[in-house]
Design a protein around this ligand. Structure first.
Ligand SMILES: Nc1ncnc2c1ncn2[C@@H]1O[C@H](COP(=O)(O)OP(=O)(O)O)[C@@H](O)[C@H]1O
Ligand SMILES: [Mg+2]
Length: 340
C-alpha cells in the first residue's frame, strides 16, 4: 500500500535536494535565466509556475546538465551540475513536455533500452521494465509500438522511462500541458504516488490548478527571474484565493447584491464587484467558510441565484497581484453559460 499522506513533510525544514544560487543563462540578448535562487527540500514538490518563455525549461536543462549555465551554481543530491555531471545524471529523472519515447519500439522495448543505457544488466533492465509497465498500467500494451499509444499512455510511458534509474530527484517539465483532463488526472495520480514513495520533485507548470494539486511550495518565475515564492496557501492568499462567481436570477439585482455584501462586512471577504455586462457578481474568497457565508447572506437577503461557480486565480491574475499592477477585474475562467 502506498501511504498518500503528506503530513510528515515540512517544506521549510530538512536537507535540500536541490540548491540553486544566482543561476544565469543568456541566449544572445535573451536572459533565459537572470539570477535564479531556489531550494527544494528532500521529499517535497516545488512547483515552478510561469508563462511561456519564463525560463522554466532552461532551468530544468541546466539542472539536468544538458545546458551549461553562464554564471551561478546549482547542487542536486549533493552533486554540482557543472563539476559532477556524470554522478548527477545518475540520480535524476527527467520528463519533458514533449515525450521522449521511440515511436517504433514497443513500450517494453523503450524501457529496456533506457535501462541498458543506464548500465543495468540485461536481466535487471528487463525486470525493471516489467515492474514499471505494471505500475503505470501499461502491461497489456507492453508489446505494442508506442506510436499506437494514446496521449495519456505515452505520457505514462515517458514518466516510467524517467523512473528506470530509481532517481531520487525528478524534474517534470510541464508534464500535463496539452493533455485532456482525464489524462491529466492520471499523470497527477502517478506524480503523487512517486512523491508518497519519497521522490523529490521539481515541477514546472503554467497552471495554478496543477501547482495547487501537486506542490508543497511554489516559486513564480517570469523573464528569467523569481518574482514570488512561498507556500501554495500563502500565494493564494496573496492573490485573493478563489473568486466566487454568482449569477442572480434577475440581473437587475446585481448592484443591490454587491451592496448587501459590502454592508455585511464579512470577515476576510474581499470587495464584491458587479459586472452588469456579464450579469455576474465576483466575490474574492479565501475559504469554504467564507463561500458558505456569502451564499447564506444572499439567501437571507431574499436574492434568488441562477448559477454559482468558483474559479482559481488565473496565471494572469497571479502576476497582476504579485507585480502590484492594477487588477481591475477578475479574468479567471467564466462559468459555462447558464440556464436560469
Ligand atoms: N536554445 C535556445 N536558443 C535561443 N533562445 C532560447 C533557447 N532556449 C530558450 N531560449 C529563450 O529563452 C527564453 C526562456 O525559454 P524557456 O526556458 O524555454 O522558457 P519556458 O520553458 O518557461 O517556456 C525564451 O525567450 C526562449 O525563446
Ligand atoms: Mg518550457
Amino acid at each position: 500500500m502506498v501511504d498518500m499522506t503528506r503530513n510528515d513533510k515540512n517544506p521549510r525544514s530538512g536537507p535540500n535536494a536541490v540548491e540553486v544560487r544566482g543561476l544565469v543563462k543568456h541566449y544572445g540578448g535573451t536572459k533565459a535565466l537572470d539570477g535564479v535562487d531556489l531550494d527544494v527540500r528532500e521529499g517535497t514538490v516545488l512547483g515552478v509556475l510561469g508563462p511561456n518563455g519564463a525560463g522554466k525549461t532552461t532551468l530544468v536543462r541546466c539542472l539536468s546538465t544538458l545546458v551549461t549555465p553562464d554564471a551561478g551554481h546549482a547542487v542536486v543530491a549533493g552533486y554540482d551540475v557543472v563539476r559532477q555531471p556524470r554522478q548527477l545524471r545518475r540520480t535524476i529523472g527527467l520528463t519533458g513536455q514533449y515525450a521522449s519515447v521511440d515511436e517504433k519500439l514497443s513500450g517494453r522495448e523503450n524501457l529496456y533500452m533506457i535501462g541498458r543505457l543506464l548500465d543495468l544488466s540485461r536481466r535487471t533492465a528487463r525486470s525493471r521494465a516489467d515492474e514499471l509497465l505494471e505500475r503505470f498500467s501499461l502491461t497489456e500494451a507492453a508489446r505494442r509500438p508506442a506510436m499506437d499509444y494514446s496521449g495519456g499512455m505515452r505520457r505514462r510511458l515517458d514518466l516510467a522511462a524517467s523512473m528506470i534509474g530509481n532517481p531520487s530527484v525528478l524534474y517534470l517539465d510541464e508534464p500535463t500541458t496539452g493533455l485532456d483532463p482525464r489524462t491529466r488526472n492520471e499523470v497527477w495520480d502517478e506524480v503523487q504516488r512517486m512523491v508518497a514513495e519519497g521522490a523529490t520533485v521539481l515541477l514546472t507548470t503554467q497552471y495554478m490548478e496543477e501547482a495547487e494539486q501537486l506542490a508543497d511550495e511554489l516559486t513564480v518565475i517570469d523573464k528569467g527571474r523569481i518574482i514570488a515564492g512561498g507556500g501554495v496557501e500563502e500565494l493564494k492568499a496573496k492573490v485573493g484565493g478563489r473568486t466566487l462567481q454568482i449569477r442572480p436570477s434577475d440581473p437587475a439585482q446585481l448592484a443591490a447584491m454587491a451592496q448587501s455584501l459590502r454592508d455585511a462586512g464579512l470577515d476576510g471577504v474581499g470587495g464584491a464587484q458587479a459586472v452588469p455586462d456579464e450579469g455576474l457578481l465576483y466575490v474574492p474568497i479565501l475559504s469554504d467558510a467564507q463561500l458558505t457565508a456569502v451564499i447564506g447572506l444572499l439567501g437571507a437577503g431574499g436574492f434568488s441565484l441562477a448559477h454559482v461557480a468558483t474559479a482559481l486565480p488565473s496565471l494572469d491574475e497571479v502576476f497582476l497581484a504579485i507585480t502590484g499592477e492594477k487588477n481591475t477585474l477578475p479574468t479567471g475562467p467564466v462559468p459555462q453559460e447558464v440556464s436560469a
